[in-house]
Design a protein. Structure first.
Length: 240
């Protein structure tokens, strides 16, 4: 059972380490970049190397870790996340200036959904588990004020469902995919646009981290998903 809840713990733990810790992470303004498809890619993870996960930090959010391993599925190198009554997230410390137009892109595939005893919702603390989740965490002067977007792959909820986290209004959830699919799903999100839509205001804070997680500790069950081709950078502004 989660003590403070997965999302609140991510904001607390990740934000504390990023906002108040030594800022040794990759800075967007100084790193190399690559232009492709109307976007400037600053960093991309294809998980082809044996040490691909060394750049990612892990935060354990329950009594057990979710197992993340490098796999090859459908000819794609990827990260497999398997939760057996566990919850831990992999996160990458990343500064993306919101003076620009940051984006996040990734591919994912759901394999096994957590087993629930109740109808799936985004607001039930007791069964707050999802087969796959991707987060964008924003900076804050005080970590309790840190905001985050949680993109969710649900089992039964309609795509486009939106909610505040049951633990804090500073985290907004958005369902991007729902149900079993035999295909990989690719997402690309305009972070500023999503923040505006979800929080009803413009963000004045930079992105401080991205994270992904598979968890099943609240349901005491098993969940599994795959992640790959995680990329972020800035969308190129179109001239009027």
């Amino acid at each position: 059972m989660k003590r403070l809840g997965i999302i609140f713990m991510i904001v607390l733990m990740v934000a504390v380490g990023i906002v108040f810790g030594a800022r040794l992470y990759y800075h967007a303004e100084t790193g190399s970049s690559e232009k492709t498809g109307g976007a400037i890619i600053l960093k991309e993870f294809t998980f082809e190397e044996k040490n691909s996960l060394k750049e990612w930090d892990e935060k354990v959010l329950s009594g057990k870790k979710t197992v993340y391993s490098l796999e090859n599925l459908d000819g794609k190198n990827c990260v497999k996340g398997v939760s057996e009554n566990s919850a831990s997230t992999l996160y990458f410390r990343q500064c993306l200036s919101c003076d620009k137009d940051p984006f996040l892109r990734w591919k994912w595939k759901a394999e096994k959904f957590p087993e629930r005893t109740k109808k799936e919702t985004l607001s039930d603390k007791k069964e707050f588990d999802f087969v796959a989740q991707v987060y964008v965490v924003f900076s804050a002067k005080f970590f309790l004020n840190a905001k985050a977007i949680q993109y969710v792959w649900a089992e039964n909820l309609p795509v486009g469902t939106v909610s505040s986290s049951p633990y804090t209004k500073n985290v907004k959830l958005l369902v991007l995919e729902s149900g079993i699919s035999e295909d990989w799903k690719e997402e690309q999100r305009d972070i500023k646009a999503d923040f505006r839509e979800l929080f009803g205001e413009e963000t004045e804070k930079d992105v401080d981290a991205i994270s992904f997680m598979t968890d099943a500790d609240s349901t005491s069950s098993i969940a599994g998903a795959y992640y790959t081709d995680i990329a972020f950078g800035f969308l190129e502004k179109k001239e009027i």
